[in-house]
Structure formats: C-alpha cells, structure tokens
Design a protein around this ligand. Structure first.
Ligand SMILES: Cc1cc2nc3c(=O)[nH]c(=O)nc-3n(C[C@H](O)[C@H](O)[C@H](O)COP(=O)(O)OP(=O)(O)OC[C@H]3O[C@@H](n4cnc5c(N)ncnc54)[C@H](O)[C@@H]3O)c2cc1C
Length: 362
C-alpha cells in the first residue's frame, strides 16, 4: 500500500512527489509516456518573474521565482544554470507593462545591460527592456528525473480511479491518497467546473557560432550560449493538441518559425539544429494554478462535497518550472498536516463560479 499515488510525471507531479518523499511518504508516480515526457520535457525552463503591471498572478510568480531559484540551487545545483536575464518588449503594449513593472517591483533591476553583445545592446536600447542579474535556466528533464528519485515509477496510462474500503486502486497498486498532475492531457476525472486549456509549444536545441552570455525573452525565449549550444523555445500554438488533432504537428515549419523569431533579437550564425522537443502546457481561465482538494459536483448546491483523499496540481501555464516547487510545497503541507493552501489557488474557486452561473441561468 502506497501513501500517495501521483498521476503525471511532469514538473508538477515530480515536485509534489519530491516534497512528499522528503517528508517520509511512500509515493507511487505514474506517467503514460515517461518522466518529463509531456510539456515539462519540452520547456526551455527559464526561471523568470512575470513582467506585468500587478495582480495576484504577478505576485505569486515573483514569490515563486525567488523560491524556486533558491530551491533548485540548494537541492539540485547541477541542473541549474544561472544567467542574467534580458526581457525586451515586443510592442508598445508590452513596453507599458514593463515600465509599470519596473516602477513597482522590489526585484533588483540593472538598467543597462553590461555583458551583452553590440547587436543586443542596440536592440535593447531601441525597445523598453528589463535586465535582471538573477535569472536561471534548469535542465527540464534532468531536474524532473532527480525530483522523482525515491518514488516508485510506473510507466502506465491511468484510465480511471476506483475508491473502495478507504483506498484508491490505480492499475495494480493501492494508495491512500491520489494527486492528479496530468497537465493539459485528457482528464481522468471529468468535472464541468474545471476548464484547462492546452497550448502547444516547441523548443529547439541548436549549435551556433553566435555567442551570448544572457538569456533573452523577446519574440521567443533564447538561452545563454554554452560551448556553442543554445535553446530556443516558445509556447504559441493554441490550435494543436496531440490527443485531438488528426494531422501531425509540422516540426520543420515550427523550427523555421522559432529561428526566424530568434533572429529578430540576435543574429544566429552557422546554425545546426540538434534536437526538437514539443509539448503542451496547461492554463486555467483565470491564469492562476489549481492546487488542493477536488470538489465533486452534485445536484445539491448548498453543500460542498469533495472526492475522498483526492487533490490536484495543474494550470501553471508558461511558468511551470517557476511555480511548481512553490505550490507543490503548499500542497504537500496540506496533504501531510492539513494546512490550508491559498484560497485563490483552490479548485473550489472555479466550482463556486460554476454554481453561480448555473443559479443565474435558472
Ligand atoms: C515549448 C515550451 C516552453 C516552455 N518554457 C517554459 C519556461 O521557460 N519556463 C517555465 O517555467 N515553463 C515553461 N513552459 C511551461 C511548462 O513546461 C509547463 O507549465 C509545465 O511543463 C507543466 O507541467 P505539468 O506537470 O502540469 O504538465 P506536463 O509536463 O505536461 O505533465 C503531465 C504529464 O502527465 C502525463 N499524463 C497525462 N495523462 C495521463 C494518464 N492518464 N496517465 C498517466 N500519465 C498521464 C503526461 O504524459 C505528462 O507527462 C514551457 C512549455 C513548453 C511546451
């Protein structure tokens, strides 16, 4: 019998599995395709704050950015590469957000990029930008595998959950608790109040003779160059879903688009594409993650009932590697000590909105 079964071995599943295992729990980790085989394996995995005016999401990501840089450097230092981060506005709308961000943030910003090439300095001078010395990129697959150590991993697609006699049956195993961490893939439990949207993305690792010391976010995200190697990635395709589309994704077209957009920021010379990674990231309607207990919809709206011992962690959008350690720690404290997670992150918020909508329409 396992204490907890985690379904989905992306950064969310591996982060919660890591905290639970560290707290002494016996954890079974399931994934249909392998560890970090979904959106997480495709991520550029840049650790960056959200450059926006304000609001709950920006505050949450800023806290998580500081937490996760510390978390990776203390626990998984060999998978974290530190590099300054240059974020350049694409258009006036972005520039306004960046100006507001700079006025309000407590993060230390260096106005003039010091270590960047001439071409990049010119691009940054033409457009509003933010330069942070404290940035980083993690090795997405490496860190997920490292976080999963200490769990029992099962390469298995979970089709349904059976709860009986005080435990769940998942495939051939039994567990007292289940955490759903299956990203933007087909849900195992269908609840009408949960609407997660998958956005398809593509990352390429390239070899180039162009050198840069900083990571950049402009039209696409571009990592710093090490030994001539660089990662370029973006999540941008809202129309493609691997479980819904019949036509396969056009890798060559995706590559060309990434390289074309990267060349708007930095001139890439002698490019050889080494590897492609693709995957889905999942986002919620209010762009905030979902962590905590799953509400079970019933006809009786006056009473809120929950699935027994069932929680979820999902909806981390384009900031999975930033948010996951911070929110997984909260979820672990809830599972182990019953400590409340932040109310604005609970699935319950969507259930309440759903009920309100139903009541209005009656
Ligand atoms: C190209 C790209 C670039 C990105 N860049 C960044 C970045 O720079 N920084 C950042 O922080 N974030 C980035 N992201 C976002 C980040 O990757 C996602 O937010 C994160 O991966 C989501 O993690 P997850 O664990 O929720 O989902 P996933 O990684 O998709 O994991 C879900 C897992 O569940 C498994 N699964 C699904 N259904 C079942 C089932 N029924 N049974 C068993 N297993 C199942 C899947 O196989 C999958 O492995 C990027 C994403 C992409 C695609």
């Amino acid at each position: 019998m396992y204490d907890v079964c985690v379904i989905g071995a992306g950064v969310n599943g591996c982060s919660i599995a890591h905290f639970l295992t560290k707290s002494g729990k016996k954890v079974a980790l399931f994934d249909k395709d392998g560890i970090a085989a979904g959106g997480s394996g495709a991520a550029g995995a840049f650790i960056s704050p959200k450059f926006s005016k304000g609001g709950e999401l920006k505050e949450l990501i800023e806290k998580s950015y500081l937490f996760s840089l510390d978390f990776y450097s203390q626990n998984f230092p060999s998978f974290l590469k530190r590099a300054p981060l240059l974020h350049i506005a694409k258009e006036e709308f972005d520039a306004q957000k960046l100006r507001a961000f700079k006025e309000n943030t407590s993060l230390k910003i260096t106005e003039t990029p010091l270590q960047v090439s001439q071409i990049l300095r010119e691009e940054a001078q033409k457009n509003e930008n933010v330069y942070l010395l404290n940035g980083g990129v993690v090795d997405a697959q490496g860190v997920c595998r490292a976080m999963a150590e200490g769990t029992d991993f099962f390469h298995y697609e979970v089709k349904n959950l059976v709860w009986q006699d005080g435990y769940y049956e998942v495939g051939d195993i039994k567990a007292k608790e289940v955490v759903l961490a299956y990203g933007a893939y087909e849900p195992i439990i269908h609840e009408p109040y949960i609407n997660l949207r998958g956005i398809w993305g593509h990352r390429i690792d390239i070899h180039t003779s162009t050198r840069t010391e900083v990571t950049m976010h402009h039209h696409v995200s571009i990592s710093k160059c090490e030994d001539g190697n660089m990662a370029i990635g973006a999540t941008h395709n809202v129309h493609y879903h691997p479980q819904k589309n019949i036509e396969p994704y056009d890798i060559n077209e995706g590559r060309e688009e990434l390289l074309k957009k990267a060349n708007l920021t930095i001139e890439l010379k002698n490019v050889e594409v080494l590897k492609d990674y693709t995957g889905l990231r999942s986002g919620s309607n209010d762009y905030l993650p979902l962590i905590g207990r799953m509400v079970e919809s019933k006809n009786n709206f006056d009473e809120i009932s929950y699935y027994p011992n069932l929680t979820m962690i999902n909806g981390v959008g384009g900031y999975g590697f930033v948010l996951a350690p911070y929110i997984a720690k909260q979820l672990c404290e809830f599972i182990i000590d019953g400590k409340d997670v932040d109310a604005f992150l609970m699935p319950l918020r969507f259930y309440k909105r759903y009920i309100k909508g139903l009541q209005k329409s009656r």
